[in-house]
Design a protein around this ligand. Structure first.
Ligand code: DGY
Length: 328
């Protein structure tokens, strides 16, 4: 087991984790679990930074400037459970000498599966149909009932072509015969594009008008805040669909609600929300919107794999090796 001067490192786990991972953590570390399983507040984090060698946070833990406002922390590592880390102020962490790791790869397939789920559900009006049926309002098959849009063979724009964007392309192109357009902050190697017969487009503005579906797979954070705003929603085809499994702040939700209400786009599917778990009430009134409660990585296999990936990073770090998923 890793050791600091002969003792096990003391680590704080901010939420409940799968039982197998909690057991492994407790064996190798002096692990303290937040058994209340509720998000911690900035003052809790400032205290934890003084008391623990590592903190194992998640997306529900706001580790911004207020939480990191402490001199000389005991904490040397924030080992995030999750791939996205825009809830952590990495600049403040760096200036305190705290390393940050995340959990890439292990959740790419399941997150792409949820993006596919949303795409199929919104295009085929599955949620509307389920609501109708459960309300006892289904009057039977008819040629004009809940007619949606075909998915197979359509054009899918993927914004952010990292691991999850590529897993989406794999499904959409090889499973559904979709044509893939890509927008990415840096050039994507030709051999990667070739795997999906994909074309990289110069700008988001050039991509949007060409797509029947647009799926967001870019990071969140200040740099991508409101990347999709009213002007860009206007660039989409009037029958196109927007899917977001990335981070809520990437879309201006009020502009999206307007676009959905006035049928400026065909519909949308969301797994993430700006300021979640609060959901902007205007969104709840949109029928052509499918909403899931941040389920991207929520499978037994993936949630365990994420936990063991954190454990690998922790073990490497406290054994004096460079952790494989260091992001800051
Ligand atoms: C992720 O892994 O980024 C999930 O959204 C949870 O943080």
């Amino acid at each position: 087991a890793p050791a600091i001067m002969g003792r096990k490192p003391r680590v704080l786990v901010t939420r409940r984790w799968p039982a197998a991972v909690e057991a492994a953590l407790a064996e190798r570390f002096e692990a303290v679990f937040n058994t209340a399983d509720t998000p911690l507040a900035p003052q809790d984090f400032r205290q934890a930074l003084a008391d623990f060698d590592a903190i194992l946070p998640t997306v529900t833990d706001g580790l911004g400037q207020e939480s990191l406002a402490i001199d000389q922390p005991r904490t040397r590592l924030l080992a995030n459970y999750g791939v996205g880390f825009s809830h952590i102020d990495t600049a403040s962490a760096r200036s305190l000498g705290i390393a940050v790791t995340n959990t890439p790869d292990v959740l790419s397939e399941c997150t792409a599966d949820i993006a596919m789920t949303l795409m199929l559900m919104v295009a085929r009006r599955a949620a509307e149909g389920e609501r109708e049926l459960r309300a006892g309002q289904w009057t039977g098959w008819r040629p004009t009932h809940l007619v949606g849009a075909k998915v197979s063979g359509k054009v899918l724009g993927i914004v952010g072509f990292g691991r999850i964007g590529q897993a989406m392309a794999q499904r959409a192109h090889h499973g559904f015969g979709m044509r893939i357009l890509v927008q990415n902050r840096s050039p994507v190697p030709a051999e990667v594009l070739a795997r999906y017969d994909a074309e990289q487009v110069d700008s988001l503005d050039a991509l949007l008008p060409r797509c029947d579906f647009v799926s967001l797979h870019c990071p969140g954070g200040a740099g991508n805040r409101h990347l999709i705003d009213g002007r860009r929603l206007d660039l989409m085809k009037p029958d196109a669909f927007l899917i977001n499994t990335a981070r809520g702040e990437v879309i201006n939700e009020h502009a999206l609600a307007q676009a959905l209400m006035f049928n400026l786009i065909g519909g949308a599917g969301l797994d993430v929300y700006d300021g979640e778990p609060r959901v902007a009430p205007v969104l709840l009134d949109c029928d052509n919107l499918v909403m899931l409660p941040h389920l991207g990585s929520a499978t037994r296999e993936t949630r365990e794999a994420m936990g063991f990936r954190v454990l690998d990073n922790l073990t490497d770090f406290f054994d004096g090796r460079e952790p494989r998923d260091r992001v800051a």
